[in-house]
Design a protein around this ligand. Sequence first.
Ligand code: SF4
Length: 312
Amino acid sequence: MEARVCAGTPPSLRGRRLGLNTAPRGPELRRIRRAVLGVGRSGLRPFPWRETRDPWAVLVSEVMLQQTQAPRVVGPYVGFLARFPTVSACADAGLGPVLEAWAGLGYNRRARALHRAARAIVDLHDGVVPADLRALQALPGVGAYTARAVLVFAYEHHQAVVDVNVARVLTRAMAGVPLAPGAVQTLADSLVPRGGAWHWNQALMDIGAVVCTARVPACGRCPLARGCVWFNATDTTPDPAPAASRQTRFEGSDRQGRGRLVDALRSGPVPPSRLRAVCGWPEDPQRARRVADGLVADGLARRAPGNVLVLP
Ligand code: SF4
């Protein structure tokens, strides 16, 4: 954990203990809500998924946003929904066209999961994305976070959506010491203003993504600075934010070869003679074959006559 590089303890907070004994209440809670909601609708980053409450569009955006930064998702999101504007349009399609529309996003298993989720929604929920946490979590590729995001951003349910950015903001601002994930969710749920869950969650996410960043938080322009526990603690207080999960190396990995192969398959069949070059390992036919076998086993490619690889 790194120590903070800015500070100066205002008199109102001197001597305040680090840690979260109780969630903010009363005037403090009202002040926090005012500060976050003060970001205002016009202050939010303008993403197309923020212009809709269509549950299918929200689900698509949330699956795409898993492991991919928001600005990179915009183009594929717009293209995907132009091609599959409804749950049934996606469910009726084969996985191949869905993978084609996933171009530019990587982590192609998410496309397969979304396709399966669309089919499950048609089969089990008459084509309507369920507005129920357990039913959402039962869908392929939908975990607790994505389920909550759909409930809040499509159905405007009263709860908190805690991604890594929100966890960082709340841990720094409210506790100043590390919190267990369950405690962060409980704290986050207690802060959501009635009737304002959509805006509250979007604003908090943007504060985490743009202001309270992992490496260099811009406390000087943060709406939560006045009461932020970490900002107002001593300069040497370690950063309490949860450590970011380490990404495994992509360059030179099998994952990179898989991605290249799926990209090539989007353009057309890949015969055995091109497999090594397409994967980027001209000197390693075994590795290329292993990656191709893995894709086929995962259902992300199939073998046509002549051992030619094609999209499923
Ligand atoms: S003042 Fe704002 S940006 Fe700085 S640590 Fe606190 S919540 Fe993060």
